[in-house]
Design a protein around this ligand. Sequence first.
Ligand SMILES: Cc1cc2nc3c(=O)[nH]c(=O)nc-3n(C[C@H](O)[C@H](O)[C@H](O)COP(=O)(O)O)c2cc1C
Ligand code: SF4
Ligand code: SF4
Length: 199
Amino acid sequence: MQGGNKNIKSLIIYFSQTGNTRRVAKCIQGGIIDLNGQCDITDLNDVDVKLLSDYDLVGIGCPVFYYKEPFNEFLGQVMPKLGIDNNKCAKCHACEINCPVQGINIEEDPPRIQTPCIYCFHCVNICPSLAISAKWDKLVSIAPMYYARYRKVLDEAAAQGQFRWLVDPETINFDDPLYKQRERNIKRKIKSKETDSPN
Ligand SMILES: Cc1cc2nc3c(=O)[nH]c(=O)nc-3n(C[C@H](O)[C@H](O)[C@H](O)COP(=O)(O)O)c2cc1C
Ligand code: SF4
Ligand code: SF4
């Protein structure tokens, strides 16, 4: 788009759960506006498909999930199935509202989850009451084997100055995987809320 073309009407659509893609999309929008004076931007969930034909150029931005764009049919065969514990669920609907593919309905009995699913695990991460969980044991048990493979390649790259460890690889503890750390943190938060409450 060197030199700009004022006749081109453009739109950027982004899918972003933690804000990184949104930030990049906004920078690209700024660049296009500098050149062309116009560029619209919208969250994937807010796209009005009827308006898409008004645009000459539409860009779509998304994060990398499992080495590719976030739609992966194969993952259903290897990922553990998620379940919602009705006794813990506070019916806040946060998981339902934030599922990028409308794969959750809390009001169904039993609640519908992962139909469909892109395995982003956003629902697990945002549920305030730890009501959504899966059996991670199988994946956790094979993690050290995969890590050993990556470690060898990454150590070689580090020796050649092509890679830099941001954490000391010796401190990575497979007995304390991320899902356990998260459960601990949320339980701590719930406990401190209970202690703070006036009753
Ligand atoms: C389920 C999942 C899988 C991911 N897989 C990869 C991956 O294969 N390679 C990678 O570089 N980053 C991967 N990431 C990291 C995201 O691409 C990265 O955090 C991105 O900045 C998130 O974008 P957002 O902030 O716009 O949501 C993954 C993140 C999630 C949640
Ligand atoms: S986010 Fe958790 S507590 Fe809220 S509706 Fe979903 S499962 Fe229930
Ligand atoms: S992991 Fe949860 S939030 Fe993500 S697509 Fe599947 S059901 Fe929706």
